[in-house]
Every structure is written in C-alpha cells, then in structure tokens.
Design a protein around this ligand. Structure first.
Ligand code: SF4
Ligand code: MG
Length: 320
C-alpha cells in the first residue's frame, strides 16, 4: 500500500472541506477521485502533500505515518510523492528555463550535479514528448499542453512512487486534453508510479483509473473498480454524474436517461443532516433526512456506496 488515508478531517474555520474520508492506493494503482467543485477533493490532495495540515485522521505514505511530521522530517519523503497542478503556468517559475525547471528537484535533493541533471532532463524531455530545443525556452513561450508536459517531467524526474494530479487537464483545450491523458497513462505504465488523480469530470478517469472514488461534501459516497462503477453505479449521485457525462457511442448515449439534479451543492459550512445528498436526490425519502447512510458493500466485492437503498439491498435507480 503506497497511500492509506484513515478518517481524514480538514476544516477551514467553519468550512468542513473534508469530513471523515478514508481511502487506499496500492503500488502502481491509479485512483480517480471525482467530485464537483466544493466537494473537498483538492483538499485531500493538499493534505497528502502536506501543503495543508489535517485537522484529524491519519495519512500513511508507504507505511509511514506522515500526518504530523515536521517539515524537516518530511523533506526526504518529498522524493516519494509529487504533485501535478491544474494550471502549470502558475506553478512553473517564469524566470527559469525548461531545463532548470525540470532539473531543479534533482539539484535541490542533491541527487545529481549539473551535468548529470542535464542528461536526465534530456531523457525526461523525450519521455514526455518534448523536443530537445525546448530546454532553453521559458514557460511563457510554451503552449498549455507543452507546459503541462513540463509539469509532468518535473514531477517525475525523481521517479516518485506516488503522483497527486489535481485536475491536470481541465485548464487545457479539449483538443489537447486527450493527448496529455494518453501521455499520463503511458508514463504510468512505463514507470509504474501510483497516482491519485483528482477531477470533476468522471469521463476523464474511465480509461486511466483502476478504481474510482466519488466525493460529495467532504465524504466518499461510492468507490469501486472503474469498469464496475461505469457499468453499474450504485449511488444516485454517481448515477447522475454518469448520466451527464458524454459517451462516444451514440447508441449508448440515446439509451442513457439524463438525470438532472435539482439545486446547488449545499454549503460545506452546514452540510444537510442525514444523507448529505438528500436535498438533491431524486430518490430521497423520510429516513434520508435524519439518518446518515454508511458505506456498504452489498456483494463484498470492493464496491461500497453510502445510500440507505444500497444498505437495504435495493438497487437505486435515479433515472426512474
Ligand atoms: Fe438518496 Fe436517500 Fe440514498 Fe441519500 S440515502 S442517496 S437521499 S436515497
Ligand atoms: Mg479543486
């Protein structure tokens, strides 16, 4: 297990961004963490990177509890986990050349001298599909897709065991999103790193993730193997997300009934009592407004959902 998060809580003042979340990622596994904006998914990534302090719960990285490590004690572990951001532009130093940006982690961790760093940067450029003459360019001279490739190269130069990718393609033109997603898939197969892939767009993870976890208002409402989630989503919220996602096959698209959710995501300052999704759930009934459903895995095959109907071994169908 490369990452184990147990009962993570992160409150910003009154805002319950993450409110009791557990998940695990195995060696070489890609987990897609999916949710609308405001669901708390980025906060989970920031807690893993220790860019923000968790309020409660534990985070283990490669078997080591990192929840309360000091910055100094955390430093050697920074080689094991790296982040790829949504907007590579704001995370790349505008005054540095591409070569310096990608090679900087090697020099900072004293893993290479300048000459050796240059050799490894050259190899990494090739891996992410950038021409060698890009070395001397600055971020503003690159396209969005090229910048994200530089961001990936920098994240991967230390051969980390875990990558946290927060919406890595959502700032890119649709036409380049697929090529960057394919690149991430190829790099992952080639290098074998584990990945926490955070996205608001369920369709993005279909071909990339081994497993999917769906978040709503600071908690996971459903998780399971990707193919299972796509073939038979159990939670009404996942069913709604899937019904809104585009599918390539026009027959499947016609068969699929669109589920329109009423209202907005409620405020994480004051989440609804009972099932947090009840204010928008087309299947909500009395119990949902007072009793909170727990994750339940009806067939014991690693595909739990937090819905009273699932607990009662009924099959929710929000499209009815
Ligand atoms: Fe909907 Fe009730 Fe299930 Fe929540 S517990 S998802 S409100 S049916
Ligand atoms: Mg976010």
């Amino acid at each position: 297990m490369i990452l184990r998060i147990d009962n993570l809580v992160k409150h910003y003042g009154p805002v319950r961004a993450v409110d009791g979340l557990s998940l695990e990622i195995g060696e070489g596994e890609v987990l897609g963490l999916v949710g609308e904006s405001g669901s708390g998914k980025s906060t989970v990534g920031k807690c893993v990177l220790r860019l923000t302090e968790p309020t409660a719960g534990t985070i283990e990285l490669a078997g080591r509890d990192i929840t309360r490590l000091s910055r100094r004690a955390m430093r050697p572990l920074r080689r094991d986990v790296h982040m790829v951001f949504q907007d590579p532009y704001s995370s790349l130093n505008p005054r540095f050349t591409v070569e310096r940006i990608i090679g900087e982690p090697l020099l900072r961790h004293r893993l290479a001298d300048r000459r050796e760093a240059a050799t490894r940067v050259a190899a990494m450029l090739e891996k992410v599909g950038l021409r060698q003459e890009m070395r001397t360019r600055h971020p503003h001279e690159l396209s969005g897709g090229q910048r994200q490739r530089v961001g990936l190269a920098r994240a991967l130069i230390l051969e980390p065991r875990l990558i946290v990718a927060d919406e890595p393609v959502s700032a890119l033109d649709v036409s380049v999103q697929a090529s960057v997603l394919n690149l991430i898939t190829d790099l992952q197969r080639d290098m074998g790193f584990s990945c926490l892939f955070i996205t608001h767009d369920l369709s993005v993870v279909e071909f990339l993730a081994d497993r999917v976890a769906v978040m709503y208002l600071g908690r996971i409402v459903e998780s399971g193997p990707t193919a299972e989630i796509f073939a038979g989503p159990r939670h009404p919220y996942t069913q709604a997300l899937l019904s809104a996602a585009p599918v390539a096959d026009p027959v499947r698209q016609r068969e699929r009934r669109r589920i329109v959710l009423g209202g907005d995501v409620p405020s994480p300052i004051d989440p609804p009592p009972g099932c947090r999704f009840h204010t928008r759930c087309p299947l909500a009934y009395d119990e949902c407004r007072t009793i909170e459903p727990l994750l339940h895995d009806p067939r014991g095959n690693g595909h739990p959902a937090a819905c009273h109907l699932v607990t009662a071994e009924r099959v929710p169908d929000a499209a009815k």
